[in-house]
Design a protein around this ligand. Sequence first.
Ligand code: NDP
Length: 496
Amino acid sequence: MTVTEPLQYIGGARRSGSGAPLTILAPATGAEIATGAGANAADVETAVAAAQDAFPGWAAHTPGARSDLMHEWARVLRSRAAEFAALESRNAGKPIRLTTEFDVPGTIDNTAFFAGAARHLEGKASAEYSGDHTSSIRREPLGVIGSIAPWNYPLQMAAWKILPAVAAGNTVVLKPSELTPLTSLLFAETADAAGLPPGVVNVLTGTGADAGQHLVEHPAVAMVSFTGSTAVGRQVAATAAGAVKRVHLELGGKAPFVVFDDADLEAAARGAVAGALINAGQDCTAATRAYVQRPLFEEFVGRVAALMDRVRLGPVDDPETDMGSLISRSHRDKVAAMVERARESGAKIVRGGRIPEHVPESGAFYEPTLITGAAQDSEIVQQEIFGPVLVVLPFDTDDEALALANDTPYGLAASAWSRDVFRTQRASREIRAGCVWINDHIPIVSEMPHGGYKSSGFGKDMSAYAFEEYTNIKHVMSDITGAARKLWHEVVFRAE
Ligand code: NDP
């Protein structure tokens, strides 16, 4: 059943937008979930004004008071976990097992982590570095943060953007993807239910053109935090540069998965299937390019193919379903077209490469796909696919493997598989990516940062490092001599 609902959350209340109508779909069935008016420039004005009004009061809360409210927020989320999991599954086409065991617990853990971290903003020790002054560091919130998020992990992306910002004393206007706003709206509602003041967390549902661009341009937005594609990230950075605004960019990825000849082959094959197919491959850190040392190559491909055959596609509310739908039929067609071009250029499609038959035609499913025989410089190896597609290529030497792993414009994540500590140490040192897993691929923890190198962007989500993004560091230098005449003045003038 489609419900018409206000799709904006501003100043502690749900509101209707003033922009064009939007229809929110369930990607796995094509059914309409909700309709409502999208946000436009006028709504951006209202939301930024609400965040501006809330800022001084929120920034004046002690860290302990902010922490208490965020702990309460985590408690509210825990009590509504099943509701979040069902809504995220429906709106993003994810299997209910994934949202129940990954998206929602991850978000709750993040909230609890930042509740604690709010009391641990760090800086250099105050001291008399000059001898004549006491120097100290203040770490101050920036003001209103404009956050823009993609559709692949709507709830987790909302959490990654909002939590460090508000823990540090900022207020936020988040624009989720207009395809998947429902759990972001609920996340904002739970913030207020937990007692965070109205206007600290605001959500605008609208398109990039109608709402995102205005949010980035808005003069009262002190910083823009963007997660999305490298192409849009580039535009966002260019717009923000015009106003000399701080930007945080978490962009695309093309993670290599390097299997050396002494690796545990079964562990690597299982890791590759899980790493490539999580969230139907719509994961910026998904394993997309497996480089396998030649003696293991055939065996690895065989094991991965056999495991892919066992992955169950089906209704997303069925706990037996392993892999859900892609986000939309148009995105599914983009993935299919990339696989087709790989086939035409001579690559072998070992598994998948098709739209499955036994799932709803109105959904956006695509079979787990395994490809060999692609050239390193081909599109399927170089460009982000964002679908359930793993390409496997052979290598001969360690030098070659590390060079191939680094040979794309991206640098978000990577993994290396070996029982030899010197090999894995070298891989972790030489692969240029924000995260290198050793003998695993995908796990994340709230305490550790997530962020890219190269065209995957800059800045860190999660962990205490995220405070670097959402705070200004101020040096306060206080004279302790009380003297009118100071020695250093003599470098400028010597009046008696
Ligand atoms: P897009 O870059 O297309 O969109 C991201 C967000 O930006 C959406 O909310 C979009 O709105 C908005 N947007 C579009 N144009 C503008 C604009 N001119 N100004 C401001 N905002 C704008 O990415 P997708 O939503 O397609 O998400 C997939 C991408 O996200 C992949 O490349 C993936 O790698 C990346 N990603 C990166 C992660 C990381 O941590 N590095 C994590 C997760 C995903 P609208 O949808 O309405 O156009």
